[in-house]
Ligand binder design. Structure first.
Ligand code: ZN
Length: 122
């Protein structure tokens, strides 16, 4: 069952909330950017994600095929979430950094599985 969780960047200019089923799982993305940030992510569907503040604060870095938007706060630099499209399926997703939840269920930040199923974004 989904529950709403809030998150933010370090300085708080970027704030969001998302409806998440904590049983769906998380992933450790191994793209070049995420590997350098050791990012653990929870994937949600775009319709389950709401950016509450900070759209104008977001920087966007893309590389390769440009399927992923590696967003970051221009003020504090924290990469609290990103957006993208799964190459093979065209499914859109929002990936939320595990460390950027404000009121996280411990499941969201501990015991993270190596690879969440991409079905989370469907
Ligand atoms: Zn910030």
């Amino acid at each position: 069952m989904k529950k709403t969780y809030q998150g933010s960047c370090y300085c708080g200019k970027v704030r969001f909330e998302a409806d998440i089923d904590v049983n769906v799982g998380r992933r450790r993305c191994n793209c070049w950017i995420c590997a350098r940030q050791r990012a653990w992510e929870t994937l949600v569907k775009p319709e389950d994600f709401r950016l509450l503040a900070g759209e104008s604060e977001l920087g966007d870095y893309q590389f390769g095929a440009g399927n992923g938007h590696h967003l970051f706060c221009r003020n504090c630099g924290a990469a609290s979430f990103g957006r993208g499209v799964v190459d093979a399926t065209g499914v859109e997703y929002v990936s939320i950094a595990a460390g950027c939840f404000d009121n996280a269920n411990p499941v969201l930040t501990q015991g993270l599985r190596a690879h969440a199923r991409l079905e989370a974004a469907r």
